[in-house]
Design a protein around this ligand. Structure first.
Ligand SMILES: *Cc1c(COP(=O)(O)O)cnc(C)c1O
Length: 376
């Protein structure tokens, strides 16, 4: 067989990593300011993580959910402590799309309705319901098209009121900070209004925290900045630091029924060990605080660099909007300066999603290199 040719973007073979650095097969070292799309949260090959995962696989890697997997409870406790959502219920899956898929299903089971509100430029994943609430016609197959989804402009309060008044809304799904869509931040008042309307109409507020969650914004969930509690939070990416782990945190008002949700691999011993190690590191090293502080530092310094249209973000989810397609600039950063960054929006936004434990030393490698490319 050969590979189905949808990847890669760059002809680089990454073979080794440590902390916020990766090495290619030629031994060239790169600074990772992207974490492979927000996945690396506690650093590549983090020692505690490596120890937990290797010890676990020596004991038992997998048994099915037909038995007790005590690590699930331990993980639920630690995620509750990290997020402050101690009374929420955890359901474990394997990816972000699967988390959103289950959240939307649960919402529909809960109130029996079908209409979902989503937002322009939203990205929620590539499986059938997740892609149906994603605003990118290019990745929606005909079989995924549905008239159950209403797309509204982000932060348009009047449009939100109108949609609720005119439809039987099942759920609203929203990223507190859009990642793929261009680091677009949902206004505090807008999230408060979603909370109020969901309460008034018995609809379900689903917060997609897959990219902007896991402490990245400087709070565990970016919706915490607005002081609102969602009914369901979806998580993936950073919670496994590279091991595929997805999760949904479900408000206590939902009552589980046997068989309502299910999965073969979700919550297996090995996945739990990986996610527990991440939670341990985050708690012990106060990485949510570090994300806030390092994000503030990076954004303050970026705002001093000429040639940037706008710097947006919270904590370590940062968008640098330019007046042009950033493909050439990103290539120069990678091949000349040996720094990984990502893109977002219409490719005119550079996206920074470094590990939550980056230090000033890493920022001070990135900043002058970036300034040099923009001013030379
Ligand atoms: C990546 C992402 C997803 C999908 O996650 P997968 O693990 O790739 O399925 C969903 N929502 C958001 C906001 C994401 O960034």
């Amino acid at each position: 067989m050969k590979m189905f040719d949808v990847y890669p973007l760059y002809d680089i073979d990454i073979v080794k990593a440590e902390g916020s650095y990766v090495w290619d097969s030629n031994g060239t070292k790169y600074l990772d300011m992207y974490g492979g799309h927000a996945v690396i949260s506690v650093g590549h090959t983090n020692p505690h993580y490596v120890e937990m995962v290797t010890n676990q696989i020596k004991n038992i890697g997998f048994y099915s959910n037909s038995v007790i997997i005590s690590q699930q409870k331990e993980l639920a406790g630690k995620l509750g402590k990290l997020s402050g959502k101690e009374d929420y219920q955890l359901f474990l899956v394997n990816s972000g799309a699967e988390a959103n898929e289950n959240a939307l299903k649960l919402a529909s089971f809960h109130n029996g309705r079908k209409k979902i509100i989503a937002f322009d430029k939203a990205f929620h994943g590539r499986t059938s319901l997740a892609v149906a609430v994603t605003d990118n016609p290019g990745i929606v197959a005909p079989v995924n098209q549905t008239d159950n989804v209403i797309f509204l402009p982000l932060n348009d309060k009047a449009a939100l009121d109108k949609a609720f008044a005119e439809n039987e809304i099942c759920a609203v799904i929203i990223e507190g900070i859009q990642g793929v869509g261009g680091i677009r931040i949902a206004d505090k008042e807008f999230l408060v209004q979603i909370r109020e309307l969901c309460d008034r109409y018995d609809a379900v507020y689903i917060a997609d925290g897959i990219q902007c969650g896991c402490g990245r914004s400087g709070k565990y969930f970016s919706h915490d900045w607005a002081g609102v509690d969602a009914d369901i939070y979806t998580m993936a990416k950073g919670i496994g630091n590279g091991f595929p782990v997805g999760a949904i945190a479900i408000s206590p008002k939902f009552t589980p029924k046997y068989g309502m949700l299910g999965t073969t691999f979700g919550g297996n011993h090995l996945a739990c060990a990986a996610a527990i190690a991440v939670a341990d590191e985050m708690l012990e090293k106060n990485l949510i605080r570090n994300a806030k502080d390092m994000g503030d530092y990076l954004m303050d310094e970026l705002k001093k660099i000429p040639g940037i249209r706008e710097v947006r973000g919270k904590g370590l989810i940062i968008g640098i909007e330019m007046d042009y397609d950033t493909a050439a600039l990103r290539k120069k950063l990678l091949f000349d300066e040996k720094i990984f960054v990502g893109s977002a929006g219409n490719k005119n936004v550079i996206r920074l999603l470094p590990a939550l434990n980056i230090t000033k030393e890493h920022a001070d490698i990135f900043l002058p290199a970036f300034r040099k490319l923009l001013t030379e």
